[in-house]
Design a binder for this molecule. Structure first.
Ligand SMILES: [Zn+2]
Length: 172
């Protein structure tokens, strides 16, 4: 079964699910996870199409460094419109190493009320990989809360399972 062909082009060999594909596009380093069934070339082309449709207006490379136009992001997505574009844009930012679904080692804008201000969509919540992005984003999003707020760098995350496991051991 190692010679399954790509569903899309039907000529190259399909990549394995979960396999990471890395490439450079317009000086940006992109890391995409293959969902399986598609060849590297098609994964890359699909990503570039998605970038052009959903992200091009918000991202630039300034002297070799990736820059997200967070004011533009706020303006477009504040009203809860363009949900599909927002989700696509978030996953592009994950592929470019700007946002992460992992909390550990990353940054979060936190209010004194119980709500984080980080980018979010229907089911997903994202953390900033770089402090500068969290700082800029917090200045734009502070209007969303009546509470005071601050930015946290998350050094340790303990899963629910681990906490309950510890609890069980203490109880023994
Ligand atoms: Zn293909």
């Amino acid at each position: 079964m190692s010679d399954n062909l790509c569903y899309n082009c039907k000529k190259n060999r399909a990549g394995k699910p979960g396999h990471m594909t890395s490439f450079v596009f317009q000086m940006m380093e992109v890391n995409v996870c293959n969902i399986g069934g598609f060849c590297i070339e098609c994964v890359k082309n699909e990503w570039i199409d998605n970038f052009k449709r959903n992200a091009e207006d918000f991202i630039s490379v300034v002297s070799g460094k990736l820059k997200v136009d967070w004011p533009e992001y706020s303006k477009h997505f504040k009203m809860g419109r363009f949900h599909d574009q927002k989700e696509s844009f978030h996953s592009i930012l994950v592929n470019l190493g700007i946002l992460s679904r992992e909390a550990k080692g990353n940054w979060e804008v936190v209010t004194y009320g119980p709500i984080g201000l980080n980018p979010r969509a229907h089911m997903a919540y994202f953390y900033f990989i770089h402090k500068e992005d969290a700082v800029e984003f917090s200045r734009l999003e502070k209007a969303r809360t009546a509470f005071g707020w601050e930015i946290h760098h998350i050094d340790e995350v303990i899963s629910e399972e681990e906490v309950l496991e510890v609890n069980n051991k203490v109880a023994e």
